[in-house]
Design a binder for this molecule. Sequence first.
Ligand SMILES: [Zn+2]
Length: 86
Amino acid sequence: MKCVICKQGEVAPGTATVTLRRGECILIFKDVPAEVCDSCAEYFLSEAVTEKLLQRAEAAKSAVPLAVVSASTSATDFGIAAVITS
Ligand SMILES: [Zn+2]
């Protein structure tokens, strides 16, 4: 599939590092299963993955101010690499 952003690269299954901001809390998810462009490195998340990220974000933002959680690399699960609050 051609990338819709750069219209040059090919999009293929891979993993991405996704940063989400929830209020004052910044969450970094690593090894998130995504479709990744081989040219511009833009990533595209499935609805299921996006939903899971948002659930994780909601759960994490009320947790400790700074958390580093190791990531799982399975396609259906992934960890929060870091939670940063200002
Ligand atoms: Zn691209």
